[in-house]
Design a protein around this ligand. Structure first.
Ligand SMILES: [Zn+2]
Length: 82
């Protein structure tokens, strides 16, 4: 059994400025984490599939944003529409 992460069936969109992490989602879209990085509290995530994003708080340290973004990527089944 292969444990390799399957490649997305969709073309990866252009990487925005300030992109720190890009998670591929279950639906084949992407969750982007952007901000100033590890030592700043202005990082956030947004999903390119369903449009959901980080909130409560909207922006936070990377160690708090990262697991939420990864969990959303695991759960999100929306496919990219563009
Ligand atoms: Zn999503």
């Amino acid at each position: 059994m292969s444990t390799a992460v399957r490649a997305s069936a969709f073309t990866e969109p252009t990487r925005p400025k300030g992109l720190l992490i890009r998670f591929v989602t279950t639906g084949g879209s992407y969750v982007d984490v952007t901000g100033h990085g590890e030592h700043f509290d202005n990082n956030s995530w947004n999903c390119l599939g369903c449009g959901d994003s980080s909130r409560s708080p909207e922006k936070d340290y990377l160690f708090r944003i990262r697991p939420d973004a990864n969990n959303h990527a695991t759960a999100c089944r929306a496919i990219p529409l563009t």
